[in-house]
Design a protein around this ligand. Sequence first.
Ligand code: HPA
Length: 236
Amino acid sequence: MTPHNHAKPGDYAQAVLLPGDPLRAKWIAETFFEDARLVNSVRNCLGYTGTWKGKPVSVQASGMGQPSLSIYVHELINVYGAKALIRVGTCGGLNAAVKVRDIVLAQAASTDSAIVKGRFGAFNFAPIADFSLLRAAADKADAAGLRYHAGNMLSSDIFYHENGFAGYDKLPDHGVIGVEMEAAALYTLAARFGVKALTICTMTDCLITKQEIDAEARQTSLKDMVTLALDVAVEA
Ligand code: HPA
């Protein structure tokens, strides 16, 4: 038990999916898990454990942004023994070749966050996905015929950038393909504590073309993404 999580040791599986939204955690548990049971509801930041294809798996909402995710991930690893953490979320697009509905595998995560920078003094640490999870996700996405891109994600601490897109146009110039708010902290904590992590996002709004996903496509692509993440998680 922690101030943020009332689950008991053993309540989480070693593989944990991490959506930002608590209601998405509930939806994942109710839609995909067999024998789903609620293990955490502190702050309504819901966590569930069940099985997928007969293998144990959990889902825990991370909240929005790197500070919130860092609390849940730190505790999942150090209190509950999580070994493979897969964020499932949405991202904005920073490259016109990435279409809404496409899946983005965050091979690396650049960031403006002091959470990462603050650890390394003069050095720029490169937060990266676990290679075995990344390779499994790419192989399974290929096999399922999903459109996906693997590349550098921006994990920004700011959603409403004062200068809009101009605030970070150097990043797409250097091949960064999407923007979300959590992956860099997840990868940094996973590296620090020697566990595996990956971020899989559905691109929902392109900052270049202004294309936005519609409600029906959002639901279908979320299902594709969660199925992919669960298949990777239970083999991790
Ligand atoms: N910025 C940050 N996070 C996001 C975005 C965005 O534009 N779209 C979906 N998640």
